[in-house]
Design a protein around this ligand. Structure first.
Ligand code: PLP
Length: 392
C-alpha cells in the first residue's frame, strides 16, 4: 500500500526502537541493563492506584468526559501548579490530553501552518521534530555554545521571518540541564519582542536535584506568560507513564482550539486516568518526593563513576530529569568505533542499552537513564567501563 508523503517523512521513535531491541534480548534470557528507558521504574503510588480502582468500582470511569478533561481535574491542576510553580491559570486556560505527547501534538496542530519554522535548541527530544513535521512545519535546530548553554544570540542567528515558535525544555531531555531564571527571562523577552510563541515543556519540572530550583516560564511576568504555552503531565513526577495524562496551559482561545482538535482526534483522555490524576495532584506529593529523592541518590552515586570511564566527559552534573548525556568522542577514538557500533556493541556484547546521541541531533554522545535500581546502575556503568577498556 502506498503510504502518504507525510508519513513517509516520519522516523519511528528511535528511543522506542532501542527499548524494543533491549526487551527482545531480555526475553531471550539476556541479563540486560536497560539504561535506554525514558520512564521512572517505580510503580504508580498506591494512593493514586486506589483512587483509580474506586473510580472503576463506582462506575465513574465508564463514561466519556469532556474532551479536554474533567473540571475537577482542571481545578486540581490549577491548584497544584499555583502551589508548585507559582502559576496562575484559570480552568478555561487548561486542557488535559492523552499524555504530554498529545499535549505537544495538539499544540503544534493548533498553532502551526505549513511553512512555519520552530526553533529547537539542540540536543532536543526526538518527538518534537517529527511532530512539527506532521503539522507541515519545519524544525530548525539551534546548537548550543561551547559551554553547552543556549543564548539569545544563538536563537537570533537561527530565527527567520517564518519562525513561529521556540521549544524550551527545562529540565532537559537528554542533558538533565535546567535554565536559570535569568536565562529564561532573556529567552522570554526576546521571544515577546520577536512575536515568537514559547512552548515550554516542563514535564521534568518537579524532578530537580541537589537544591537546584526550577522556574516555570509561566511565572515570569504577564508579557512572557501571554506568549507561552506550558506543557506538563503526570507521567514523570508521579511515575504514571502508562496512564497517559498530559496538560496544556495557556491562552484561553488557544486552549479552545486544542480542545476542538482533541475532541476529533482522541476524544477525552481515559476517564480512569483522569480520576487517578486528580488524586495524584491532591495527595501524591509525599510519594512523589520519595521518588525524587531516590533519583537524586542515584544521580549522586552514578555520576562520579560515569565520568571516570575512559573517554567519557560531562561538563557538569545534571540538575534534573533522570538522564546523563556524556560526550563520548574520546571513547570512540580510543575504541576506534563509530557511535552506532559503540551503542550496538554495548547492547549485544556488554548487555547495556543506551540511546545514541544522534537521535537528539548530537552525535558523539549517548543518553543513559538512571531510572533503574542503584545495583543495576552500578553494574551497567561497570559493564560500560569494561567494554571501553576491552576495545581500546
Ligand atoms: N516531553 C519530554 C521532554 C519527554 O521526555 C517526554 C517523554 O519521554 C514527553 C514529553 C512525553 O510524556 P508523556 O509520557 O506524558 O507523553
Amino acid at each position: 500500500m502506498k503510504l502518504s508523503r507525510r508519513i513517509q517523512d516520519i522516523q519511528p521513535s528511535a528511543t522506542m526502537k532501542t527499548l524494543g531491541l533491549a526487551k527482545q534480548l531480555q526475553a531471550e534470557g539476556v541479563d540486560m541493563i536497560n539504561m535506554g528507558i525514558g520512564e521512572p521504574d517505580f510503580t504508580t503510588p498506591e494512593v493514586i492506584e486506589t483512587a483509580a480502582i474506586t473510580a472503576i468500582k463506582t462506575g465513574k470511569a465508564s463514561f466519556y468526559t469532556p474532551a479536554s478533561g474533567l473540571k475537577e481535574l482542571k481545578q486540581a491542576i490549577s491548584d497544584h501548579f499555583a502551589d508548585a510553580f507559582h502559576l496562575n491559570y484559570d480552568l478555561d486556560q487548561i486542557a488535559v490530553t492523552t499524555g504530554a505527547k498529545m499535549a505537544l501534538y495538539a499544540t503544534f496542530q493548533a498553532i502551526l501552518d505549513p511553512g512555519d519554522e520552530v526553533l529547537l535548541p539542540e540536543p532536543y527530544w526526538v518527538s518534537y521534530a517529527e511532530q512539527i513535521k506532521l503539522a507541515g512545519a519545519k524544525p530548525v535546530a539551534a546548537p548550543l555554545d561551547a559551554n553547552g548553554r543556549l543564548t539569545v544570540d544563538l536563537l537570533a542567528a537561527k530565527a527567520t521571518d517564518q519562525t513561529k515558535a521556540i521549544i524550551l525544555n527545562s529540565p532537559q531531555n537528554p542533558t538533565g540541564e535546567i535554565y536559570s531564571r535569568d536565562e529564561l527571562i532573556a529567552f522570554g523577552n526576546w521571544a515577546v519582542h520577536q512575536g515568537i510563541v514559547i512552548i515550554s515543556d516542563e514535564i521534568y519540572g518537579e524532578l530537580v536535584y541537589n537544591g537546584q530550583t526550577f522556574h516555570s516560564m509561566g511565572a515570569l511576568g504577564e508579557q512572557i506568560k501571554a506568549q507561552t504555552i506550558i506543557i506538563n503531565g503526570v507521567s514523570k513526577t508521579y511515575s504514571m507513564t502508562g496512564w497517559r495524562i498530559g496538560i496544556v496551559m495557556g491562552d484561553a482561545q488557544m486552549i479552545k482550539a486544542i480542545s476542538a482538535f482533541v475532541s476529533h482526534a482522541t476524544g477525552n483522555p481515559a476517564a480512569v486516568s483522569q480520576y487517578a490524576s486528580i488524586e495524584a495532584f491532591r495527595s501524591g506529593a509525599t510519594a512523589a518526593e520519595k521518588m525524587r529523592k531516590e533519583f537524586e541518590t542515584r544521580l549522586n552515586t552514578i555520576y562520579p563513576k560515569l565520568v571516570a570511564i575512559p573517554g567519557f566527559r560531562l561538563t557538569k552534573k545534571p540538575e534534573g530529569a533522570f538522564y546523563l548525556f556524556p560526550n563520548i568522542e574520546e571513547a570512540l577514538a580510543l575504541t576506534q568505533l563509530s557511535s552506532t557500533e559503540f551503542v550496538s556493541g554495548l547492547l549485544t556484547e556488554a548487555h547495556v542499552a543506551v540511546v545514541d546521541g544522534i537521535v537528539f541531533g548530537v552525535p558523539g554522545h549517548i543518553r543513559l537513564s538512571y531510572a533503574l535500581s542503584l545495583e543495576q546502575l552500578e553494574t551497567g556503568v561497570e559493564r560500560i567501563k569494561n567494554f571501553v577498556i576491552k576495545n581500546s
